[in-house]
Every structure is written in structure tokens, then in C-alpha cells.
Ligand binder design. Structure first.
Ligand code: SME
Length: 162
């Protein structure tokens, strides 16, 4: 299969609708969680501006372990009581952090990161799979519209595993 990405255009909600469609097409017919996490990271990293890290951490039953990503090498293991990723996984709530330096316990993997969005990945059965993590060098990079768009992308990922 060949896959071509078309640059996103229009308003932010329109751009996320296009990105969602591309994500659906990219993951269609494949259930492997590593393959889909790798391709989705690459899609989002290249489609959206002002990102320096996009990727997955998987929950191994005890802590989060880094999975496929785009960006600089990252910390491998994150306990659930540490960092923005740990908070998203523990609370099962998206963490939208305008200034990571003001977040108690933030883990700085890449010193260029200034804002962060972490979406928990929880199945319809309530099983925590991990988190989808995006970092930006721009302060307050992620708006509520970005959060909603990226939560929808995360749902496409979860649905692809079924
Ligand atoms: N900043 C994250 C750690 C992961 S990196 O951003 C890739 C955190 O505080 O959980």
C-alpha cells in the first residue's frame, strides 16, 4: 500500500477532520499496535506544525514504557506518579499543559519542550493501554480544539486495535 499525505487546509476543525480521515486510511485493515503507533506518530508529527515530539508510551501493568515515536530519544520508563504522562495515565484524563516548567514533576526529555498534550489510551473495557504524547517548543501550543482533534485521533488508534 502506498500512502500520500496531503497538506492540511482550512480552519483548525477542518484540518483535524482531514487529519482524522488520513489516520483512518493509514490504520485501516491493520491491528498491530506497534505498527499503528509508529505510523500514526509519523503522520501527526509531519502534518501538524510546531511539534518536537509525538509518540506513544505503553502501560506494562506497572509503569509506562516508551513505544514508537518521532523526535529526540526519550526517557524509557515513567512511573504513574511521575510527569505529565504519568498524570494522564493515572487520572485517565487528558493533560493539556501550557507551560511544562510550571507542572510539578514534569519530566524534561527534550529541553526544547515548553508545552505538552497527553491523551490517555483506555479501551472500551476500561483497560489502560498507555498514552499518546505530544510536545511543543511553543508555549501554550495546544488549544481546546487541538485537544479535541487529538483525542479523536487517539480514538482512531484505539479502534484500530479491535
Ligand atoms: N514530558 C513527559 C515525558 C515524556 S517526553 O515528553 C517524551 C512527562 O512529563 O511525562
Amino acid at each position: 500500500m502506498s500512502f500520500s499525505t496531503i497538506p492540511l487546509a482550512g480552519t483548525k476543525p477542518e484540518q483535524y477532520a482531514q487529519l482524522l480521515q488520513q489516520a483512518h486510511a493509514l490504520l485501516h485493515g491493520e491491528r498491530d499496535r506497534i505498527a499503528n503507533a509508529a505510523n500514526l506518530s509519523a503522520l501527526v508529527y509531519n502534518a501538524l506544525p510546531d511539534l518536537n515530539w509525538v509518540g506513544f508510551y505503553f502501560f506494562d501493568g506497572r509503569e509506562l514504557v516508551v513505544g514508537p515515536f518521532q523526535g529526540l530519544p526519550a526517557c524509557v520508563r515513567i512511573p504513574l506518579d511521575k510527569g505529565v504522562c504519568g498524570a494522564a495515565a493515572r487520572l485517565r484524563q487528558t493533560q493539556r499543559i501550557e507551560d511544562v516548567h510550571a507542572f510539578p514533576g514534569h519530566i524534561a526529555c527534550d529541553s526544547a519542550s515548553n508545552s505538552e498534550l497527553v491523551v490517555p489510551l483506555v479501551t472500551t473495557n476500561g483497560e489502560l493501554i498507555g498514552v499518546f504524547d505530544l510536545d511543543s517548543p511553543v508555549a501554550a501550543r495546544f488549544s481546546v480544539e487541538d485537544q479535541e482533534g487529538l483525542e479523536a485521533i487517539a480514538r482512531v488508534y484505539l479502534e484500530s486495535l479491535q
